[in-house]
Design a protein around this ligand. Structure first.
Ligand SMILES: [Zn+2]
Ligand SMILES: [Zn+2]
Length: 165
């Protein structure tokens, strides 16, 4: 589709601008948006609309600038996500990109839902606190369950509705 090509070109221009303004980081297209502190690389996905792509780039750039590398547990991950969105919207203003509060809350909600599922006891459905990055233990029935360690990847991106400008 013509529109997709056009928006991809504009998005690529934005990527070029960002990599010029932030030469410390590498930018590359990939399958999943994320920031890698190991390789100093911001990965973005072209398979989304221009606005989502720009928001995502700014968000990952914010993680990079904040030096986010690891965190102690799921709650901290959500806190770092919120920080990254806050900085992303500040940087966005320099490029006349306004990240709406709705978008930020929708993204954080996906993390909150994810956290809710992880922290629900599979035996008695009690909602409990995390024991360490990969383990939850129920204070009610003593069940213990493993979770994968969380990642700085926006889950369920496709369910987020964004108004097109
Ligand atoms: Zn339980
Ligand atoms: Zn993030």
């Amino acid at each position: 589709m013509g529109a997709t090509t056009l928006s991809n070109n504009r998005a690529k221009t934005f990527v070029a601008r960002l990599s010029g303004d932030y030469p410390d980081f590498k930018f590359r297209a990939g399958r999943e948006e994320h920031w890698s502190p190991q390789s100093n690389t911001i990965t973005f996905t072209l398979d989304q609309n221009e606005q989502q792509l720009c928001f995502g780039l700014l968000h990952e750039l914010a993680h990079a600038l904040l030096g986010h590398a690891n965190y102690k547990g799921d709650f901290e991950l959500i806190k770092l996500e919120a920080q990254a969105w806050e900085l992303a919207s500040t940087i966005g203003k320099k490029y006349s990109i306004e990240i709406t509060e709705d978008h930020i809350q929708a993204c954080l909600d996906t993390y909150r839902d994810w956290l809710h599922r992880r922290s629900t006891c599979p035996t008695c459905a009690m909602h409990v606190l995390q024991r360490d990055t990969t383990t939850y233990q129920c204070f009610n029935c003593q069940s213990i369950w493993q979770v994968s360690s969380g990642r700085f990847v926006r889950p369920y991106r496709k369910t987020i509705k964004i108004k097109h400008v």
